[in-house]
Design a protein around this ligand. Structure first.
Ligand code: BJ8
Length: 426
């Protein structure tokens, strides 16, 4: 990697602490990913993206800013990237999957909080995330209690806007969501200095749809009896989708999908016959959190699908723009896509998620379901009970796990996962 210290210094980063983070990532990546056998060649691109995660992409974002473009950060898939793109902005998912940032987060937040929130805020507090240092605005959202209160803390140290979200999927809930969408459009128009146009928004919808379509195409290959790509590699590709250039991502992911499809034709499998197939559902798995996938895939099983916000919830549905002839109608269509089709446990009730888990388990031929939730995520933990009952009624084995980003519980997780996988063979 080139020397980016000057760029990082210009972003006001804590260089000494950031150097420690940069030193820790390559060996962790090597141990998790490069020890896998028969990885598709198309993964080389994604390896490179991670190697350059704080370098090349940041340089591109800064070039975009130098041309007058804005960078918008987000922590949730309810924040519509189509609108950011249509206004000449670039949206980046502010990765909050590293234990490295948790202690800094705990300086300003309670310890008994979800690690995703602590790491997210900790990345800003410690000034060690060049994405956070580059953003012109963070769009937070009123989803879980932890996040909605954390935005108040973040607002003191970073430009923050909070999207108000309802918590029921009712018509009143949709009306609130649609109003919030209009408010967000106004805010983003103010920040970017641009106005939404019909053609601009249509083109942005098509760009984001292409990204979602290629993720769907990649996921489809995991339905094959001989899985052509590991869950770990697919997880990495999905994580990269949240901050890579959209067109480049589509072209690289398309090449990877073609390679996986070719593997299916030739019957090339990367796991031995009889490997158990698991669906993982629950809270988002953001970069560089690869912990549980690694344990699963070294415990006699393969992850074939993720029902979460870094998996199917992100890409399964498209914006139905048919019949729209005005900007307002396109924003209506976007609002429906997000509100109707994303089933987050912050909503009550949230039956759509259990329906999706059952459907996906069947489509992907899963032998069992792992409910993987981050510690202190109350909404998803509570929802586990209804999910467990539903899966039991469908005859689908279920294992509920709760964990954070630290490595201390890896042995215990492995014991439970191995026992679960073994039970699937009976
Ligand atoms: S749409 S899942 S991305 S809110 S931060 S809820 S893990 S306690 S991230 Fe989410 Fe949007 Fe919903 Fe998806 Fe729990 Fe942690 Fe809260 Fe979390």
């Amino acid at each position: 990697m080139a020397d980016y210290h000057k760029m990082w210094e210009g972003l006001g980063m804590d260089l000494a602490t950031h150097d420690q983070l940069c030193a820790a990532l390559p060996p962790a990546f090597e141990q998790v990913f490069l020890t896998q056998k028969d990885r598709p060649q198309g993964m080389d691109y994604f390896n490179m993206v991670i190697a350059e995660v704080h370098g090349l992409r940041i340089q591109e974002l800064l070039e975009h800013k130098a041309r007058g473009g804005k960078i918008i950060g987000s922590f949730c898939i309810y924040v519509p990237e189509e609108i950011v793109l249509a206004l000449g902005g670039i949206m980046v998912g502010l990765c909050a999957g590293s234990e490295f940032w948790v202690p800094a987060g705990e300086q300003v937040l309670p310890r008994s909080l979800c690690p995703l929130i602590k790491a997210g805020i900790g990345a800003k507090v410690s000034r060690t995330c060049p994405y956070f240092q580059s953003v012109d605005l963070v769009v937070g959202e009123n989803t879980c209690d932890g996040k909605k209160k954390a935005w108040e803390v973040l607002g003191d140290i970073a430009p923050t806007y909070v999207m108000d979200l309802p918590n029921t999927k009712s018509s009143a809930g949709f009306a609130l969501f649609r109003r919030s969408m209009a408010d967000l459009v106004a805010k983003l128009e103010e920040v970017t200095g641009n106005r939404l146009t019909f053609d601009g928004l249509l083109s942005a919808i098509e760009t984001v749809d292409r990204k979602r379509a290629v993720l769907q195409r990649l996921y489809e290959t995991r339905k094959a009896p001989k899985v052509p790509i590991s869950g770990l590699d697919m997880l990495l590709a999905s994580q990269v989708a949240f901050y890579d250039d959209a067109d480049r991502f589509v072209s690289q992911a398309t090449a990877l999908a073609e390679e996986c499809e070719e593997r299916i034709k030739t019957g090339k499998a990367i796991f031995p016959g009889g490997t158990k197939r698991l669906l993982v559902t629950g809270t988002p798995i953001v970069v560089p959190n690869w912990k549980v996938h690694k344990i699963i895939e070294t415990s006699g099983a393969v992850v074939v699908v993720e029902e979460n916000c870094t998996g199917t919830r992100y890409f399964e549905s498209r914006v139905d723009k048919s019949g729209a002839s005005t900007v307002e109608e396109l924003v209506d269509a976007i609002s429906h896509r997000y509100f109707d089709r994303i089933h987050c446990a912050c909503f009550t009730p949230n039956e759509g998620r259990a329906d999706d888990v059952v459907r996906l388990a069947s489509e992907y031929g899963a032998d069992g379901v792992v409910g993987l939730n981050l510690s202190f995520c109350t909404t998803y933990q509570v929802e586990n009970e209804k999910l467990r009952k539903r899966l039991q009624s469908e005859g689908i084995p279920f294992l509920a796990l709760e964990t954070d980003y630290a490595s201390g519980d890896e042995g215990q997780l492995r014991t439970r996962i191995e026992a679960f996988v073994e039970s699937l063979g009976r």
